[in-house]
Structures are given as C-alpha cells and as structure tokens.
Design a protein around this ligand. Sequence first.
Ligand code: IYR
Length: 255
Amino acid sequence: MMKSGDAQEGRTLYRHPYPSPGLAAEYPFVTYDHQRIDDTTMRQRSEAFQASANRRRSVRMFSSHPVPLDLIESAVGTASTAPSGAHKQPWTFVAVSDPVLKSKIRKSAEAEEHENYLKNRMNAEWQEALAPLGTDHHKEFLEVAPWLVVLFAQRYEVLDDGSTRKNYYVKESVGMAAGLFVAAIHEMGLATLPHTPSPMAFLRTVLNRPNHERPFVMFPVGHPLPGTRVPDLARKTLDEVLVVVDSAEADVLNS
Ligand code: IYR
C-alpha cells in the first residue's frame, strides 16, 4: 500500500511521471510489488548476501554425484529473471545430463583447447595470465559433472510465422543472465565453472540449436569433489573497484 506521503513525493519530484496517462491507457501496468525495508535490515541482508557470494569459487573438480533436474530448472528460472534489452530475454539454456552427449562435448572442447594450449593459438601473454590457474586442454569435468548447462545467445528472435525481430544488447543481457545463474547455483550449495571452449561453435551443431543461436558460455554443474582445491586468489578490495563521486569529488571534476 502506498502511503499518501509517498504519492505526494512523486508529484513534487517528477513533472513527467512514469507511466504517463497516455502510456497507461495503451499498455498494461501494475504497481511494483515492493516493501520498504529499514537500513539496519538492509545492511544485514546485504552483508549476508555478500558473505555468501564471497565464498563462491569456480571449481574444476566435480563429483559425479547426481543432481536432480528441478535444481537446474530453479537456477535457470532465476537466471531468466535477468534484465534484458527491451525485455527480449534473448537466451536459451540447454541442460545436458546424457553421458554420450557430454562425452561428445568434452572431446570437441578438448580438441579446440589442444590447439589453444599446445599449438599456440593463445599467445604468450594470455598463457602467462592463466599460469596461476593452471588450466590446460584436459576437460574431464565436462564428462564427470552430472550436468552441463550451455547458454546460447539469441542473435534475433524468430516468430511463429518465421519472420524475425531484432534483439538488443544481447551480450549484456545474456551476461547478466549468466551472472544470476552462477549466483543461483552457488546459493543452493552447488558449484559451477563458467567455461568457454574456444571456438565453441561445435556446441550449436552437437546440441542441434537453430542458426540464430550462438553459444555464449557453458557451465558444468554439480557438487564439488570433496576436498577439491582452488587457486588461493584474493579479490580486489572495494577501493580498487569503486569510485564514489560525491559533491566534493564532483567539485574537483568540474573545476
Ligand atoms: N578457454 C580456455 C582458456 C581459458 C581462458 C580463460 I580467460 C580462463 O580464465 C580460463 C581458461 C580453457 O577453458 O582452458
């Protein structure tokens, strides 16, 4: 329920309210389902979320222990809440548990990565950046993990009559969906690794996806192998990733 004070605030802050009466007459609108939370509770929730997010690690050794499909469905459902250009939701998630298909995907990925690592398709600078992670062309996890979830970006939309419509900001949209997928998998207690075998066009053929879909990233999903090890990496500090422009800072910028 909106209090009359809030309605008043809206009238004084905005000369061009959204939606305009004309827009609301033409398209359906609903009141945003939102409950105002006090600062203390927001801090608690935010800190708990950050602490959980900060425990997430990309894992390369998965257990083969099965994971029920409904958990994958739930993560994809969360991912698909991502904001997208013109609300086109230009993504398709393909969840693979079939061992034969997983094996095919592993073989193709390893063949490409063999070229990358051993035939110098990745230059020295790139290989140097990867050295602390110790990645190589072996991708056994693609077969061991109970699920491979392949995320495709829809370059355009194909309507039922076969005509096409443009999608907008496809990479940005699909990137945000990918981030939410990673968060959802982590939050439910599973692990994943954003994996981009390069090039990965083979995924479209192997999974029989239409021409307007391009593989974007794939995610082996499962329980981490007990005792699995990850590189001892630190995350950048807030100082390194956040610039706050308050009035004092803005004075400097504007002078
Ligand atoms: N796609 C290769 C290489 C690779 C590249 C980056 I950048 C990484 O962060 C990790 C790996 C592979 O999957 O091995």
